[in-house]
Design a protein around this ligand. Sequence first.
Ligand code: SF4
Ligand code: SF4
Length: 366
Amino acid sequence: MQFRTFGRFGYQVSQLGFGAMRLPTKEDGTVDFDRAVSLIRRAVELGINFIDSHHFYHNGDSEVAVGRAIRGLRDRVYLQTKTPMYREVESEDVRWRWLETALEKLGTDYIDCYLAHSLTWERFRKEFDPFMKLAQKAKDQGMIRHIGFSFHDTAEALRKIIDTDAFDCMTVQYNMINRSLEEPIAYAHEKGMGVVIMGPVGGGSLAAPSAEIAKLLPEQAKSSAEIALRFVLANPNISLALSGMSTMRQLEENVAVAEQEVVLSADDYGRIREVLDEKRRLSELYCTGCRYCMPCPNGVDIPANFELMNLHRIYGVTETAKERYARLVARKASAGDCLECGECEPKCPQRIPIMEQLKEVAEVLG
Ligand code: SF4
Ligand code: SF4
């Protein structure tokens, strides 16, 4: 395992972290504790020393499984968990109880990184003061070591949150086909924050075989998922990438990548970045995702449909694009739900013939 320094804090974290959100489950969907505990313990044995959980992953059982797995190993791992900022609470006492319960479930008296989960700029403005008061009190009492956040919003919003200098670390999305936060990631690293990446394989999107992605690293990788992980780890501004692993095989494959001193040569990294830049330009020619065409009176999520078409057409990730399209169909937001009222087209700065393109999306992905 290769290790990296966690921001300005000086300690060494494994460049691959264990995300405890996709633990092995039984037929009824509940956590299979025996398999989950063995998997996490094996991860630690293989050198992983950063484990990420959440108060409510697996209906609250993720923290329980992590707690059982690290019994006797607490001093060998850094623990991260999160409180959901999208849940309204009647008072901050509720969040405090969640934190106390997390410590109990994890079987520890301190959490290394405690995160405000799923911040957006709106949530940050509303919840920053109460969250920070709670987190600071917990820090003063030794219940947590670092205060951080996870994030789902724009690069501009992320930079503003980093600029508050209130946080020690952050957990953000970044992968080969979504590099929108690349600049604030570099900025956070420069400011000495711990930078944790979630979704290095696009939440599984990039795990499906793709000839387009295989072409990026011919004969050097076993799968698209491996190329995606290598790409993220090659970024020098990140502290570690989390992978939500469910099987020993996934764990061993990911560890085999994270053990390599050089995950991508400088030449390969530069070349892949150029190809991805070109692909991004191509996809933006088609639809920039600006959402000026929205809302559609019939509920069609126009940019989401075009994003999936790009996933298929430009990145060759067709299986995933079709799966995700089926979810749009279920939400009645798919290209097939367009009634051709024509309201959206004049609003599109790219002058995209939206109705015609949506027909193509429905034909190809439907
Ligand atoms: S043309 Fe189709 S996608 Fe555009 S606004 Fe009308 S129903 Fe919605
Ligand atoms: S307005 Fe045009 S470019 Fe913007 S999201 Fe809609 S279709 Fe895409």
